[in-house]
Design a protein around this ligand. Structure first.
Ligand code: GDP
Ligand code: MG
Length: 439
């Protein structure tokens, strides 16, 4: 196929492309939504710029208006930016000890989350030991002990007279002797990022072999969360993040900012004060929460469906009036492609029986591109009126499409059969059960 022809295809297939104006208008709204969700300004700016470049010129999917199409692209981008899939805490084999250090500001939820993780690990058959390394906050040790007891997990504590490095070392010794295989260090936080806190964490890392440093961040702190993550990552180095207090009314923009700026995955989200309230992080759910456009997303789905229905009805009318031409044939093939393949469409049609197999064989998806080439080599008149096709026209068409004349004949024959079959099935398209249809 020539490049020119391929371009013609693309244009025909799509309902148009996103213009710069379309994209700019829609992204203005997206920008507002992201800022409202507390995504950091820097990240919003970068994100909007990247999406703008990517979106301009993209095809508008069947059944969407340009604004909706932009939002769909934005949603997809958000998901892929946040990692596309869930990430687990990396553990050593069960025969070895994995040391996890929890880090974060005071009140972020470290102690609570430590106990929550212990519960998850225990359920997986691990034997975790919790270690009280916060020797500053009054009652921090007791808090961990109470939580550990609730989870049925041992807590290692040495009071508040020892320094955290010594406590960590002693705890790992204890873990070795008692066959624990995960050691979780609950460290102290400060109200703000401060040098002493960082030094303490750095020192633990220098003297103890920490496998995973997990930063606990309060999602409600919004724009600040990203600064916290950046400082901890630069000074101490982190391997993953847990966002707490996502049960609050925050839209969770911190998840996006943190991933975008630190590159570290969000591992879990805290969804409440109870020790069972720790959930896996799902980028797709987070994307729609951050975007806060659930209504638009469902509108996009609905629009898609109703347009398909309209098209099916229109096509049915054409068949009844016998004005079903090659353009319609082409359009219906494309529609089927959009709907997820022939088999899924055939399954939606009632009462096809073994005819479904015939049709499926007739409309081979791999073959569609060649059929398109043939149809596009026809004049508009030939496409509207298939009966015009005579041998000399067919020869010209075959040359234009770069195929053998036999292939043109085969295509025309299949078209005829399809048309005939469709006539025999009145009400099949857009009918009772068929939400969609049309080929
Ligand atoms: P730390 O100072 O970082 O150890 O934080 P704590 O674990 O002591 O938690 C501080 C407060 O936040 C406590 O009242 C917790 O119950 C609460 N908290 C922790 N995680 C969550 C969460 O996911 N949702 C809610 N609503 N509260 C949480
Ligand atoms: Mg604590």
């Amino acid at each position: 196929l020539t490049e020119k022809l391929q371009n013609v295809f693309k244009n025909l297939r799509s309902k148009g492309r996103l213009t710069e104006a379309d994209v700019k208008v829609a992204l203005k709204e997206v920008k507002m939504a992201l800022l409202e969700a507390d995504v950091s300004f820097k990240v919003v700016k970068q994100f909007i710029k990247a999406v703008q470049e990517r979106a301009i010129g993209q095809d508008v999917m069947n059944g969407l208006n340009p604004g909706q199409m932009v939002i769909k692209i934005v949603n997809d981008e958000l998901v892929s930016l946040m990692g596309s899939e869930t990430t687990e805490i990396a553990l050593r084999p069960a025969g070895e000890i994995t040391v996890i250090m929890m880090a974060g500001l005071q009140g972020a939820g470290k102690t609570t989350t430590t106990a929550k993780i212990a519960g998850k690990l225990k359920a997986k058959g691990r034997k975790p030991l919790l270690v009280a390394c916060d020797v500053y906050r009054p009652a921090a040790i007791t808090q961990l002990q109470i939580n550990g007891e609730k989870q049925g997990v041992e807590v290692f504590a040495m009071g508040d007279k020892q320094n955290p490095v010594n406590i960590a070392k002693a705890a790992i010794e204890h873990a070795k002797n008692q066959n624990f295989n995960v050691v979780i260090l609950d460290t102290a936080g400060r109200l703000h990022v401060d040098e002493d806190m960082m030094q303490e964490l750095i020192q633990i890392k220098e003297e103890v072999q920490v496998d995973q440093t997990i930063l606990v961040v309060d999602a409600m702190t919004g724009q600040d969360a990203v600064n916290v993550a950046e400082s901890f990552n630069q000074k101490v180095g982190i391997d993953g993040v847990i966002l707490t207090k996502m049960d609050g009314d925050t839209r969770g923009g911190a998840a996006l900012s943190i991933k975008a700026i630190s590159g570290k995955p969000i591992l879990y989200v805290g969804m409440g004060e109870k020790l069972s309230d720790l959930e896996q992080f799902y980028p797709d759910r987070m994307a729609s929460r951050i975007l806060g456009m659930g209504d638009v997303m469902s509108l996009i789905e609905k629009a898609q469906q109703s347009i398909d229905e309209d098209k099916a009805r229109e096509m049915e009318q054409k068949i009844k009036k016998a004005t079903f031409g090659f353009d319609d044939y082409l359009e219906s093939m494309n529609q089927m492609k959009n709907m997820g393949g022939i088999s899924s469409v055939l399954n939606m049609l009632p009462g096809l029986g073994n005819k479904a197999k015939d049709i499926e064989g007739m409309i081979d998806e791999k073959d569609m591109a060649r059929k398109e080439a043939i149809i596009l080599s026809m004049t508009p008149k030939e496409r509207a009126n298939p009966d015009l096709l005579n041998p000399s026209r067919k020869k010209r068409i075959a040359q234009g499409a770069g195929v053998d004349i036999a292939e043109v004949n085969r295509m025309v024959k299949q078209f005829d059969q399809t048309r005939k079959m469709m006539k025999q099935m009145p009400g099949m398209l857009g009918g009772k059960s068929g939400k969609r249809g049309g080929f």
